[in-house]
Design a protein around this ligand. Structure first.
Ligand SMILES: [Fe+2]
Length: 184
């Protein structure tokens, strides 16, 4: 049996005291769930990968080469986390080869959520629901805007067969669904 979401949430709250980091993993979870439904994959599995992918982020701030490895060690001590999820978590940071559709999905989703948050914050409305594709595409082309969001990694949505425009709007819509949690 898969780890229940409630239990994964407990781990998130325990390991990610930073509110913005927690919002980030909720956003990645939301997009991953939507993509799982779109591709008729297992929504709970994809959601868990999204929710848990940065569990060791704070603990590996000074040792980035350990990022995802601490998460792997921790999750291996818990029930309900399969090898598929662990592999996707390691794939998001490019530490293992992207093999499954879930690996490829989490890889492009990770920077995209942060990028969309930055877009919403830059919009006068400060609302995710207000940013349209033209606004998002303009920001995408501005290299200095949200420079931490790797554009090539976002464009790797081609690996899951999605055009960038579609992927950006699918991601935005998924995040709008949890706009209350995100505060945007
Ligand atoms: Fe992340």
């Amino acid at each position: 049996m898969l780890m229940p979401r409630e239990e994964a949430l407990k781990l998130v709250k325990e390991h990610l005291p930073n509110k913005n980091l927690r919002k980030h993993v909720y956003a990645v979870e939301a997009v991953m769930r939507t993509l799982a439904r779109k591709f008729s994959e297992d929504e709970e599995t994809w959601g868990l990968a999204g929710l848990l992918h940065d569990l060791d982020y704070e603990d590996t701030k000074d040792t980035p080469d350990q990022h995802t490895f601490l998460t792997r060690d921790l999750l291996e001590k818990h029930d309900g986390i399969n090898e598929e999820i662990i592999h996707a978590i390691q794939a998001h940071a490019d530490f293992v080869e992207r093999k499954s559709l879930m690996d490829k999905a989490i890889y492009c989703t990770d920077p995209t959520t942060g990028f969309l948050v930055a877009c919403a914050l830059m919009h006068p409305s400060k609302q995710l629901s207000a940013i349209d594709i033209e606004f998002i595409k303009r920001r995408f082309k501005e290299k200095r805007f949200a420079a931490g969001a790797n554009r090539d990694q976002m464009a790797a949505c081609s690996e899951i067969g999605l055009e960038l425009d579609d992927f950006l709007m699918i991601s935005r819509d998924a995040m709008v669904e949890i706009s209350k949690e995100l505060g945007l």
